[in-house]
Design a protein around this ligand. Structure first.
Ligand SMILES: NC(=O)c1ccc[n+]([C@@H]2O[C@H](COP(=O)([O-])OP(=O)(O)OC[C@H]3O[C@@H](n4cnc5c(N)ncnc54)[C@H](OP(=O)(O)O)[C@@H]3O)[C@@H](O)[C@H]2O)c1
Length: 332
């Protein structure tokens, strides 16, 4: 493992620098992840910060405020070390917009109306115990509100100093173009990993052309690519991985073959499979940041260290070939 500093990159044109590896806190909200342990979660967040990770991503929808509340507790006294990202647009205070899913018996709608965004931001600031968000993201797109209208509201919040940069998530190429036209879009946040590469041919070229940063989410494919999901691992029924074809025995075998293929490289760098996967991810053209979830300090430290790992072009190509050979015809 190279002992140099955690690498940072700018978020779009905002002038904000953030660590190339970000801590994702979806699982810390518990919902869809079989519950959460607050003590371990706080320790994971603080371990990430201690390891030099500045980028922390959360959302109101992760446990209906629970993830944000836990992040707020964890960063108390460390706010200046954190580039804090949270989201808006999945709401349960109104039934405007389109119904999306139910959480804790409450209907959650996709809604990005201007008043709702302003309301949501205040709720997030309170839960996170801060007076500003460094990167504020529309979580899922709302077909009932024009992007230009949501963008106007976001730009107003930026002018007020309540948010410092603007992102959008789960966008189509058309949405991205509309965000670019409305000005001030700094980044998009999209699923991307060795097993989910659809955006390479769709969103990434548009993002690169327009200087829009890309935060990859589920970079470890919900943990499948951590190298630690053996054939015996059983997921709880309220964990989204339970019965998920992505975690089929066949897929686990293919990932194990990939791990074997890259083992000599991992050993040469004294790193784990997860660290190689994360380092490979942030070196893909168009990918700026890699968000990785962590439920405890050990996972947090392991993932954070990948932000210090540098790979040569040959090594990236070697990993890419191993991916192309082993991760074929995956169950999805
Ligand atoms: N914008 C969006 O719509 C959206 C959607 C999804 C995610 N995100 C963001 O992206 C972040 C990252 O994605 P993700 O959390 O979905 O998936 P991920 O990072 O691919 O996987 C996270 C899970 O993998 C396991 N894991 C992580 N590091 C590990 C390690 N070093 N060793 C062993 N296991 C490890 C942990 O679960 P176990 O310990 O339980 O196995 C962890 O909760 C999220 O937390 C969230 O902030 C955004």
């Amino acid at each position: 493992m190279a002992s140099n500093q955690v690498r940072t990159r700018p978020i779009g044109k905002s002038g904000i620098q953030a660590s190339v590896v970000g801590l994702g806190t979806w699982a810390i909200g518990g919902w869809m992840w079989g519950g959460t342990d607050e003590r371990q979660s706080i320790a994971a967040i603080q371990a990430s910060i201690d390891e030099g990770i500045s980028l922390i991503d959360t959302a109101p929808a992760y446990g209906m405020g629970l993830s944000e509340t836990i992040v707020g507790r964890a960063i108390k006294g460390r706010r200046d070390k954190v580039v804090l990202a949270t989201k808006c647009g999945l709401v349960w205070h109104t039934t405007n917009g389109n119904y999306f899913f139910e959480q804790d018996g409450k209907p959650v709608h996709r809604y990005l109306g201007a008043d709702s965004i302003a309301y949501e931001l205040e709720q997030s600031l309170r839960r996170l115990g801060t007076d500003h968000i460094d990167h504020y993201i529309t979580h899922w797109q709302d077909a009932t509100t024009p992007i230009a209208e949501s963008m106007e509201a976001l730009i107003r919040l930026k002018e007020q100093g309540k948010i410092r940069s603007i992102g959008a998530s789960n966008v189509s190429p058309g949405d991205l173009k509309a965000y670019v036209e409305s000005g001030a879009i700094d980044a998009i946040q999209e699923e991307y990993s060795m097993v989910a590469r659809d955006i390479e041919g769709t969103l990434l070229p548009v993002a690169m052309e327009n200087d829009v940063s890309v935060l990859s989410y589920s970079s470890l494919a919900l943990g499948l690519l951590s190298g630690k999901v053996g054939p015996e691992r059983v997921f709880a029924e309220d964990d989204q991985r339970h019965g998920n074809p992505r975690f089929s025995q066949d897929n686990r075998r293919k990932v194990a073959q990939l791990a074997n293929a890259v083992l000599p490289l991992a050993e040469a760098h004294k790193v784990s499979m997860a660290q190689l996967v994360i380092a490979w991810t942030v070196l893909q053209p168009g990918i700026t940041f890699s968000l990785c979830g962590a439920r405890d300090p050990a996972q947090a430290r392991e993932n954070a260290a990948a932000a210090r790992l540098t790979l040569s072009d040959e090594e990236v190509a070697h990993i890419g070939e191993a991916v192309a050979r082993n991760l074929v015809d995956l169950d999805r």
